[in-house]
Design a protein. Sequence first.
Length: 224
Amino acid sequence: MDKDAFIEQVRNKLIVSCQALPDEPLYGAQIMARMAVAAQIGGASAIRANSPADIQAIKAAVDLPVIGLYKQGDTGIYITPTHEAILAVIAAGCDVVALDATLRPRPSEASLQTLFETIHAQGKLILADVSTFEEGQNAQALGADFVAPTLSGYTEYTPKLDGPDFELIARLAAELNIPTIAEGRIHTPAQARQALDSGALAVVVGSAITRPRLITKSFVDALL
Ligand SMILES: CC(=O)N[C@H](C=O)[C@@H](O)[C@H](O)[C@H](O)COP(=O)(O)O
């Protein structure tokens, strides 16, 4: 899928992140594929998914573009950090590759520039997951197709907010030339609406739709 087609597919729409790690109760490619089917029936415009196995199962189950990533651990730079991880999610069939584009020291010798080049050489689109405006600027300069504030609140130098980082969404959307896809702690339909009103092209919602353990906990906590 080319960039214009992807933009038209997701414009002003919801993208559902269907992810469960091995320590989560819904872990398993077939379970994530059913989550994706539910998301498609509900009206999602695209799916965000982690790992080659999940991406492959989701691609077989739904007729939607997939933003693929491959988490390697859960500290430091863990979202699609290497060429191998990129090639694995592309081989699994994703349309867009999401990767950590923060300015932190990288775990392998691969620079962000060469990782971007690998994605484009395979004819796929780049979604740069960042935590600050400067990281978004850097990703744009290196050739990213899309930017998302996915990592705001997850780097040691960004504030830990309870809700979405609307300020960063608005600044990325206003000051960069590439589209911003809002993501991270969007927990309600009103927040999703606000993200679009802040200038985002589309909105990714994960936990609030596909992590029932966390959804349950939010209700339980409200009753304490
Ligand atoms: C920080 C990090 O590793 N974020 C991951 C990125 O793919 C996922 O664990 C999140 O679920 C996703 O970003 C969607 O966000 P939320 O689940 O808050 O709607």
